[in-house]
Design a binder for this molecule. Structure first.
Ligand SMILES: [Cu+2]
Length: 232
C-alpha cells in the first residue's frame, strides 16, 4: 500500500488517522482520506499462469475511508511490463463492500508480471503474478547392476511408453562403485552420458524427449543392459 503525504492538513482529526493520504478533493475537509489495499483474503495476488492466459482468480482491492468500506469509488487498473492487460471495466467502481475487481490477463513474456490499482489522489497497491510453463511430465528409470528398470511399470529391461515432451530421469541405484553409462542406440536418439563410464550412487542423467519415435538405449559396458522408450 502506498501512503502519500498530504500537502495540507487543516483538520487535526484527519491527520491523526493512520492512512492520512489527502488528495481526495471531493470529500469534505473533515473526512478521512480514502485508502486502498488488497482484500485481506482472496486478493488474487501472487498467482501463476500460462503466458497469455487470464489468471483464474480476479484481483480484488478494498477501498476504505476511516476504516469503513467506501462504495462508488473509481479504481483505475494498470499493468507493468510483460504485455499483461486488464480485462473488463476499467476503471472499476467499488461495490457496497468497498471492493473492486479486475481480471488480469498475463502477457506472452515468461517471468514476473504486475498490475496496480489506484484511486484518485494517487494511493495505489500492486499485485504480482508469474507467467510460467507447466512442468513437463516425468518418467523415472533406475540404472542398477546390471540392468535398467522402469520405475513406473517395473519392467527390466526397462520398457516405457510416454508422451512427447516427457522429462526422463535415469538414476544410478545401488551401483556403489560399479561403473555404467547411458548410450542412445536409436532410431531416435538422445545425448549420451558425458565422458566415459560413470560411477556414483545417486548419479542422474536427465533428458527431455520431444520427438516421437523409438529410443533404444544401453550401458555399453555390460552386455544385455538395455532399455526402450516409445515416445508417442
Ligand atoms: Cu552397465
Amino acid at each position: 500500500m502506498t501512503i502519500s503525504i498530504p500537502k495540507t492538513c487543516r483538520a487535526l482529526l484527519a491527520c491523526t488517522a493512520l492512512a492520512c493520504g489527502g488528495g481526495d478533493s471531493q470529500a469534505p475537509a473533515s473526512s478521512p482520506p480514502l485508502a486502498i489495499t488488497k482484500t485481506p483474503t482472496g486478493s488474487g495476488d501472487s498467482q501463476q499462469g500460462l503466458p497469455s492466459s487470464t489468471l483464474s482468480q480476479p484481483l480484488r482491492v478494498l477501498v476504505t475511508r476511516g476504516g469503513a468500506p467506501e462504495a462508488n469509488v473509481a479504481v483505475t487498473w494498470s499493468t507493468g511490463s510483460g504485455g499483461a492487460t486488464i480485462v473488463g471495466a476499467n476503471p472499476a467502481m467499488t461495490d457496497a463492500g468497498g471492493i473492486a475487481t479486475a481480471s488480469f490477463k498475463l502477457g506472452p513474456t515468461l517471468g514476473p508480471q504486475s498490475a496496480a490499482a489506484a484511486i484518485s489522489g494517487g494511493a495505489s497497491t500492486t499485485f504480482g503474478a508469474v507467467a510460467a510453463l507447466p512442468p513437463p511430465p516425468q518418467a523415472r528409470i533406475s540404472l542398477s547392476n546390471n540392468f535398467f528398470r522402469s520405475d513406473r511399470n517395473g519392467t527390466s529391461p526397462a520398457i516405457d511408453t510416454m508422451v512427447a515432451g516427457t522429462q526422463v530421469t535415469w538414476t544410478w541405484v545401488l551401483t556403489n562403485s560399479a561403473i555404467h553409462n547411458l548410450r542412445s542406440l536409436g532410431p531416435q536418439t538422445f545425448a549420451p552420458s558425458p565422458g566415459g563410464p560413470i560411477s556414483g550412487e545417486g548419479h542422474t542423467e536427465v533428458r527431455i524427449l520431444n520427438v516421437p519415435g523409438i529410443y533404444n538405449y544401453e550401458c555399453n559396458i555390460h552386455a544385455g543392459m538395455t532399455g526402450t522408450i516409445v515416445v508417442q
